[in-house]
Design a protein around this ligand. Structure first.
Ligand code: ATP
Length: 345
């Protein structure tokens, strides 16, 4: 499969700047998730890569071959790109086998390729079913099998799970990721779902207002977001201003170690995730911070506590399993482990 490179890509629609100097690289066989709020330019980016939109400037190359630049534009059907849309858009009058074979040449239809990709997406034995005899999740699996069958250079996935309910999405994400790996496919997934991007992709690009704000492995972007907007867009986060002295700060949430801080005294915005905040006094020799439990949201494997600190700051703590503290209780809290995220103010 192929390497995708996007350099200084720009696209406007009248007064709207949909893409502004976008640079991205997707190495062979990896999946990039493009994540951002509605209107940030995700679909326009995907459409430029697919060839449905002509960029105003910038260059797109697939395996070193320029497919779009200020002076050239390879038409979509010559880019060897497959698209998995939001809802499968299967041909209703064709069986699963017919849908998957659709993009294959006559010779390849007679090979085992259709059975092979149906197996990859977990639908071995479903070839004779009609689309209306499948669940929504199964239809999306067929759409993926159809996309993978002709061995495209690139697979573009445009919010492929948005029409499915939450429970189904988790299983499907895992299976789609496995199928893309089995096919050694290079992919770009467009989504506004943070969990989807973090759980599926090898790298994520966080977009806002036509620009890529941060690009990197999911765990790095989650742990060390480049700015406060990304910190809160990627999950719950409490941002507190603190004075760091030799890599340590006393905050309204308790004492925290910041090993990555420079020596000396600096003022910084610290990012603390709910999974770092724990009810209870903690090991610190300092008096623990105290917080009022305002609400409890039980999710099964974990509970999210919404807490109010004495200075009025609201924060959240995530604890494993159910939590016995009733709403209205005041509890000591502490920050467990160091924080690696500090943003200079
Ligand atoms: P969503 O998540 O809602 O699909 P998005 O991140 O995919 O949003 P785009 O569809 O790429 O965003 O749109 C980026 C910006 O460009 C928006 O302001 C949108 O209104 C504008 N836009 C997109 N297509 C066109 C068009 N054909 N004509 C005019 N404006 C457009």
């Amino acid at each position: 499969m192929s390497r995708l490179e996007i350099t200084a890509l720009a696209k406007g629609f009248g007064p709207v700047t949909a893409l502004d100097a976008v640079d991205l690289t997707v190495p062979n066989g990896t999946l990039l998730a493009v994540l951002g709020p509605s209107g940030c330019g995700k679909t326009t980016l995907l459409r430029c890569v697919a060839g449905f939109e002509r960029p105003d400037s910038g260059v797109i190359t697939i395996d070193g071959e320029v497919v779009a630049s200020g002076t050239s534009h390879t038409p979509p059907h010559r880019r060897r790109i497959a698209i998995v849309p939001q809802e499968g858009a299967l041909f209703p009058h064709l069986s699963v086998r017919g849908n998957v074979a659709y993009g294959l040449g006559r010779a390849e239809r007679r090979t085992s390729r259709v059975a092979e990709v149906l197996e990859m997406v977990g639908l071995a034995g479903y070839g004779d079913r009609m689309p209306h005899q499948l669940s929504g999740g199964q239809q999306q699996r067929v759409a993926l099998a159809r996309a993978l069958a002709p061995r495209p250079s690139l697979v573009l996935l445009d919010e492929p799970f948005s029409a499915l309910d939450a429970g189904l999405r988790t299983d499907l994400r895992r299976d789609v990721r496995a199928a893309l790996r089995a096919a050694d496919a290079t992919g770009v997934l467009v989504t506004h779902d943070q969990a989807e991007a973090l759980s599926m992709a090898d790298a994520i690009a966080v977009m806002r207002a036509g620009r890529v704000l941060q690009f990197g492995p999911p765990a790095d972007v989650y742990r060390a977001p480049a700015d406060p907007w990304i910190a809160t867009f990627l999950g719950e986060a409490t941002l507190i201003e603190a004075t760091l002295r030799d890599g340590r700060a006393d905050t309204a949430l308790g004492t925290v170690e910041v090993p990555s801080a420079p020596p000396g005294t600096v003022t910084a915005l610290l990012m603390i995730r709910p999974e770092q905040i724990h009810p209870g006094p903690g090991p610190s020799s300092h008096a623990p911070a105290k917080a009022l439990v305002e609400s409890l949201d039980f999710y099964g494997p974990h509970t999210l506590l919404t807490l109010r600190l004495s200075d009025g700051t609201q924060t959240q703590a995530q604890v494993q399993g159910p939590h016995p503290l009733p709403i209205g209780t005041t509890t000591p809290i502490h920050i467990k482990g160091p924080t690696h995220t500090w943003l200079p103010t």
